[in-house]
Design a protein around this ligand. Sequence first.
Ligand code: MLC
Ligand code: AMP
Length: 499
Amino acid sequence: MTTSRADAVHFPAGAEPDEVDLLDDISLPAAWTKRWAVEPSKPTLWDASCGWVTRGDLARRTAAAAGRLYGAGLRKGDRIILSAAASVDLVVAHVAALRLGLIVVPVNGAYQRAELAHIVGDADPRAAVVDNPEWVRWLAELAPEMTVVSPRLDLDDAAAPSLDQMDSRDPALLGYTSGTTGVPKGAVLTHGNLLAGAESVRIAWRWEPEDRLVLALPLFHMHGLGVGLHGTLLTGASAVLLNGFSPEAVLDAANAHDVTLFFGVPTMYTRLAQSDRVAELSRLRLCVAGSAPLSADLHRRLEEAAGVRVLERYGMTETIMLVSNPYDAERRGGTVGFPLPGVELRLAPETDEVLVRGPNVFAGYWRRPEATEEAFDEDGWFRTGDLGELDEDGYLRLRGRAKELVISGGLNVYPREVEDALRTHPDIDDVAIAGTPDEEWGELVTAWVVPTTGRTPKLDELRSYLEGECADFKHPRLLHLVDELPRNALGKVQKHLLE
Ligand code: MLC
Ligand code: AMP
C-alpha cells in the first residue's frame, strides 16, 4: 500500500484507495438499474405482505410507479414527502421518485400536525406518500393542492419520460434535522452524496451480493434508508423488511431467511442483550451499531454472550456515514473507528469539534444560505457539532456534543422545540430540557421546570399537554421541579449544571 490515507484501513487487501472513485456510477438509480439488468430473477426485498420481490420486479415496478408520478404532474426537482411503515411498496415509491429526479423528503410518521406543518411550509412539496389517515386530513388542510397517495401509489398509469438521467450534483433528498442549532432544516443531499454514502460502507463492510440484511429500522432516517436500503440495492444484495423492532422478530427473520447482516441503534442491542436468544446473533456475518453511542460495556457483553464483535460506526443526516470501526482489524468498543472511504476528518483546534469533508457531505440547508454558511468553516469543512478525541493509533472517540441534542433510542430530540412547547403551559414559569443517561434508551428526555407560584405540574400532565404538539418520543420521561434554572451572565441556561 503506497498511501497513508486515514481511510486506508477500510479497503480490502490489494485495493488501491487512490484508484477508487466513489462517484463512478454517477447516481444510485443509475447504479441500481445496472445491477437489476443482471440476474433479474434474484430475490431482493421481502416484506410480510409481498413475500420476495426480485431485481426484475423492482426494475419494472419502479419504472411503472415513476410513470404514475409523472402522469400526476410531478417533474424533476419537485419535492415529495415519504412517510410510511417500511414495506416493498414504500421502497418502490422511493426508488421511483429518485429515478424520476424528484427530491424525496422522508418524514418520521410519529410527527404531529405542527411538526408536519413546518416541513410542508419549508420544503413546499407537490406530493406526499403517506399511510396515516390522520396525516391525509392534515395535508388536505395544510396544502390543498398537494397530491396525497398511499404507498401503493393509487394514481393513473402513464408512461414515464427517460429515467435515471441525473447528474451527481442534482439534489435527491431533503433530510430534516435541526443541525447544530435552530429549527428543523432540510439538509440537501445530492445524488452524489447518496451514492458516496452507500458505496463507502459497501467497501468497508465487505457487503456482497450474497449478503442478506434484516432491516428493522424505519425508512425515514439515514440509518435505515441511506445505509440499510440504499446499500442493499447498490450491492445487489437482499433485505428482509420488518415493520418495527423486537428481538424475537429480528432473530426469527434471521433464522427463516438465512440473514447475514443486522444494523441497529444501541437501544436495539440493549434489548437483544437482554433476550435469552442473544446467542443466535452469532449466525450473522456482521452486526453494525450506530446513531447513538454504544457503550464499551454493552460491546463487551455482546461479545461474551454471542461471540459477536459489534462494529460501531458514526454518521449524520447531513453526511450519511462518516466513520466506522474496521471490518478486518480490531473493532474497539467505545470508539467509532476511522474515517470511511472518501471521508477526510480533523479535530478543530481548541474545541475538538469533529470537522469533515468528502463526497458524502451535503450541499447545504434547503433555502437557508445563512445556516449553510455557519455549518461550514472557512476552508469548507463541515462542523458536525460532535466533540472527538483520537486514540494514539487513530481510532475516534466521540466525547460529547457541542450542539444541543438529546438522543433517545436513536431518535434526535432538540430541547428547544420541547421547551418552546412547554413554556406556554400555565403551570410553567421556566423550563429546560436535557438528557439523563439511561441504559436502555441512551438518554431520557428530562424536563427541569420552575413552576408558576402555587402550582406543581405533574409529568403526566406535561406529556398530555404535548400531545398533538410534538411526537411522543420527544415528551419528557423525567421531571424535576426546581426553584430556578442555572443561567450564565447572558441568560443562557447552563445545561451541564442541571441535575
Ligand atoms: C418509541 N418511543 C420512544 C422511542 N421510540 N420514546 C423515546 N425514544 C424513542 N426512540 C415511544 C413509543 O412511541 C411508546 O410511547 C414508548 O416509547 C414505548 O415504545 P416501545 O415499544 O418500547 O418502543 P419501540 O416501538 O420498540 O421503539 C424503540 C426503537 C425505535 C428503538 C425500536 O425508537 C427505533 O426504531 N429507533 C431507531 C430510530 C432510527 O432509525 N434512528 C436513526 C436516525 S439516523 P407510548 O407513549 O405509546 O408509551 C442517524 C444517523 C446515523 O442518527 O448515524 O445513523
Ligand atoms: P442525525 O442528525 O439524526 O443524523 O443524528 C446525528 C448525530 O447522531 C450525530 O451528530 C451524533 O451526535 C450522533 N451519532 C450518530 N452515530 C453515533 C455513534 N456511533 N456514537 C455517538 N453518537 C452518534
